[in-house]
Design a protein around this ligand. Structure first.
Ligand code: M6R
Length: 366
């Protein structure tokens, strides 16, 4: 049922305050300072002692893994590698004793991820699955795991499943960091509170959706687009570009903002929209100068900013503001306007946003 929405994709984007809340419910208690996750608790020794985590996934789930790499390395001080399952399965990957494989999948049926899991198992790895569909093949193939509880996702473009994956990964990182002693009490309780506030903040972003519709109409005829971000927001730039490609068939590339000068800047002219994921974090001054470089070359800048950021608002052609949040939690907010921007551009172009051409919801073949 579309519950009155024009498309499943729009419905699922709008469900995110509820799905993120459902994902946190019964697990995170910011007042007591506890995170209850049986899959983690039952295996805490192996997870804490792991010399390395290897995240395997495809598509949007791979982007969630990239955000997790930044978060886990920061909070848990354990090295993380993020691999495309399709590459991992055909390599002869090196897996050391104690390494933990984290497999991420919405459907739990992605063939490449499933085969990569089997390959890692043959080498003796412990598999922790983060899956949305209960009882799916990947859930069954994992030694332990955590469900994302996002509910059924029908739109081919993953939206609510992505934010649920990020929410679970953040809770896992916090829980391991606490057990490992790599996070102090003050930072732990601050991040717990920040995480608990996410559903409300997403709700407030959704209230301003129409601003993105207006921006979408302006840029719907673009042929190419560039998405740039730094740090925790770099994988969000990749995800924004993937969403635009899938939904509107506009060619889009995501890059770390600093990489722009090593090639992509050659593309910039008056017809190129450049989407900056520029919420306030430690890289803010750097991203301001990246925006100036694009403006100097007459590129059109659309910026996702933190509320009250007058500096970027004064420079960009179009801005959309999200509520302030800790930089570790910010990807959960900054991705929402990018999902909506793709949706509205796709609709403005008359594309079939729920079933884009050539794509399947679950890729069960090679
Ligand atoms: O079900 P999975 O999370 O394993 O699927 C992985 C990708 O096929 C999936 O994320 C795909 O990239 C989506 N169409 C993205 O919107």
């Amino acid at each position: 049922e579309k519950s009155g929405y024009e498309h499943f994709m729009l419905k699922e984007i709008n469900e995110q305050p509820a799905t993120i809340y459902d994902c946190l419910r019964g697990r995170l208690d910011a007042v007591k300072g506890t995170i209850t996750m049986k899959g983690i608790e039952d295996n805490i020794e192996a997870l804490v002692a792991a010399p390395r985590y290897i995240i395997i996934a495809c598509g949007t789930s791979w982007h969630a893994g990239l955000v997790a790499e930044y978060i886990i390395e920061e909070l848990c001080r354990t090295p993380v590698e993020v691999e495309y399952a399709s590459e991992f399965r055909y390599r002869n990957p090196i897996i050391h004793k104690g390494d933990v494989i984290i497999a991420i999948s919405q459907s739990g049926e992605t063939a490449d991820t499933l085969v990569a899991i089997e390959k890692a198992k043959e080498k003796g790895a412990f598999i922790f699955g983060i899956v949305n569909v209960v009882g799916s093949s990947i859930a069954r193939a994992s030694h332990a795991g955590a469900y994302t509880h996002a509910g059924m996702e029908i739109g081919v473009a993953s939206t609510k499943a992505f934010t649920a994956q990020l929410t679970v990964l953040l809770m896992i990182a916090l829980k391991i960091a606490k057990s490992k002693g790599t996070i102090d009490e003050k930072r732990f309780s601050h991040l717990m509170t920040e995480l608990e506030e996410v559903p409300e903040k997403v709700e407030s972003i959704l209230k301003n959706s129409q601003e993105l519709n207006t921006i979408a109409v302006k840029y719907k005829n673009a042929v190419n687009a560039l998405y740039l971000g730094r740090g925790y927001n770099f994988p969000i730039a990749l995800e924004g570009a993937l969403k635009l490609k899938e939904i509107s068939y506009i060619h889009a590339e995501g890059y770390p903002a600093a990489e722009m000068k090593h090639g992509p800047i050659a593309l910039v002219d008056k017809d190129l929209p450049v989407v900056f994921v520029a919420t306030k974090d430690e890289y803010h001054a750097k991203i301001v100068s990246n925006i100036q470089e694009i403006k100097a070359r007459k590129g059109k800048v659309i910026a996702i900013i933190t509320e009250g950021d007058e500096a970027i608002a004064g420079m960009a052609d179009d801005v959309f503001a999200v509520p302030p949040a800790d930089e570790i939690v910010a990807p959960l907010l900054s991705v929402i306007p990018l999902q909506l921007l793709s949706y509205y551009i796709g609709v403005a172009k008359g594309c079939d946003v729920d079933k884009p051409r050539n794509l399947a919801k679950s890729v069960t073949v090679e």
